[in-house]
Design a protein around this ligand. Structure first.
Ligand SMILES: Cc1ncc(COP(=O)(O)O)c(C=O)c1O
Length: 490
């Protein structure tokens, strides 16, 4: 752990060699054995994206008039994305740092649009609300927290895990401002009823946002490849804004997403200008002010080198692999794929009491794989959504399907042999006597010790921790996660 900037500068090569060693315990994505975090196209476009990123790393997107190169790149990337999701020439948007920023900006635009057009929603200090299915990404909750909006969630069908317009209608309140549909949802990989939700938005004068962070690039290519895809894009009347990430299935270097609006009048509410300070003129389309041109140039170059044909080929391969994953996982005793994945995102759980799915990521890790454990979620009246394991299937995973399935089968057998552990219930019981608002270092330390952890480091295995998190009351879970991260970055 370095405590200060070194007094004397170090040799460049030594520094870079040291840096490489830091990766030792990272998710092993280079082998194609990670099903999350890194989207690897296994395509020469990645090299082009990287070079373009470095070439434009120092250019500054703060002021598009000073760097017309970046203005051109952004307008071209946005236009390529808009036409991909069937937006006409009136559809506009911006390049952002990621899905969360795209969603945050769309929600800011909705809020400020409402200030101008639906002032009654703010009467007596009220907060307009985002109405989102329980499966909508956490970024909507974050946006509500940052923007002082309300957020209300509603259940999804426990079998299909899809949000329906009828359930949304029943959950409307007089403060509802935004409706959200995912295309597809991260956790269950299914496309919500965007057509029904958008029709409801038109009927009630609401803002409809489609979160196509995962599907924006892939779904239209599936359609080009002859697959039936539920409507989700600007062809659906009533869709006002849409987020699509390029750093996921666009296979662009990270820090790349796009937020799109049906027209300029809506996007106007996204833009922030400041004339109340003593420095240079500030007018920003996005959250960052100074921003590197690297991600933008990287995205532009990746899309040029991939081309529609490159993407279509990859999409076809990923879809074939996904179908095989679904079939293969369903054939493993005790495991079951949840819902029917409509793209390349797979969730599977265990119905066998003796086989806890939270052991699988740990056991698979020993064999070099990364798969993502996901907590279960209570719903208001529909059945709970089961704890499960998530796979985001990428091009890099395609050659490893059969190996993965045989390792998973072996790990399921090993997991069945692990005796049940009551620690999670004991920790949850102890936690139930602590007010989350007053969780202090001492109580946190005791909980960590009960969980077998000695300080807030990176845990060796995740099963025990996830079982505990699953047992905790959600408010307490939040408090403990905040405490943990606050200690981790220290
Ligand atoms: C559907 C969906 N929306 C939004 C996001 C947030 O994107 P980011 O992590 O790029 O901020 C994700 C991330 O996985 C996602 O799957």
């Amino acid at each position: 752990m370095r405590e200060a900037i070194p007094m004397k500068g170090q040799a460049k090569d030594d520094v870079l060699t040291t840096l490489e060693t830091f990766r030792a315990n990272d998710v092993p994505w280079r082998e194609g054995k990670a099903f999350g975090y890194v989207f690897d196209a296994r395509h020469e476009a990645l090299g082009a994206g990287k070079r373009a990123y470095l070439a434009f790393m120092s250019e500054n997107g703060l002021d598009p008039t000073s760097f017309p190169s970046l203005l051109r790149l952004e307008n071209e990337v946005v236009r390529m994305c808009a036409s991909h999701v069937h937006g006409g020439p009136e559809v506009v948007g911006n390049f952002t740092s990621g899905g969360t920023e795209s969603i945050l900006l769309a929600m800011k635009s909705a809020r400020d649009w409402a200030k101008a057009n639906r002032p009654e929603l703010f009467a007596n200090g009220a907060r307009p609300e985002i109405l989102a299915p329980i499966t909508a990404h956490a970024a909507f909750h974050k946006a509500a927290a940052y923007l002082e909006l309300g957020i209300r969630t509603y259940d999804v069908d426990a079998e299909t895990c899809r949000a329906s317009a009828e359930t949304a209608r029943a959950a409307l309140s007089e403060r509802t401002l935004v409706l959200v549909g995912s295309a597809p949802s991260y956790a269950y990989g299914v496309i919500d009823d965007v057509t029904g939700l958008a029709a409801l938005a038109i009927e009630k004068g609401l803002w409809m946002h489609v979160d196509a962070c995962m599907g924006g690039v892939v779904l239209p290519f599936m359609e080009h490849n002859g697959e039936a895809v539920a409507p989700f894009d600007f062809r659906v009347p009533g869709v006002w804004s849409l987020s699509m990430d390029l750093h996921k299935y666009g296979y662009c270097p990270k820090g790349a997403s796009v937020v799109l609006y049906r027209d300029k009048a809506l996007r106007k509410h996204q833009i922030y200008a400041c004339s109340e300070w003593a420095g240079y003129t500030i007018v920003n389309a996005t959250v960052q002010s100074t921003k590197s041109g690297g991600p933008l140039a990287g995205a532009w170059a990746t899309m040029q080198v991939m081309g529609q044909e490159g993407y279509r080929a990859i999409v076809a391969d990923m879809r074939a692999a996904t179908r095989r994953f679904v079939e293969g996982i369903d054939a493993i005793p005790g495991l079951r794929v949840i819902s029917r994945p409509e793209m390349t995102l797979v969730a599977f759980t265990s119905d066998d009491d003796a086989l806890h799915v939270f052991h699988l990521p740990d056991l698979m890790k020993k064999r070099g794989w990364y798969i993502q454990p996901t907590l279960g979620t209570q719903q208001k009246s529909a059945a709970a959504l089961r704890e499960h394991v998530h796979l985001s299937v990428t091009a890099a995973n395609v050659p490893h399907v059969e190996r993965f399935l045989s390792d998973l089968r072996a790990c399921a057998e090993e997991a069945r042999a692990i005796p049940k552990d009551e620690t999670a219930k004991e920790v949850a019981f102890m936690a139930s006597h602590i007010d989350p608002a007053t969780l202090d270092d001492a109580a946190f330390g005791r909980l960590l010790a009960m969980a077998g952890m000695n300080g807030a480091g990176v845990p060796e295995s995740s099963a025990g921790i996830n079982q505990i998190l699953q047992e905790l009351d959600p408010a307490f879970r939040k408090a403990i996660l905040v405490h943990y991260l606050n200690d981790l970055f220290a």
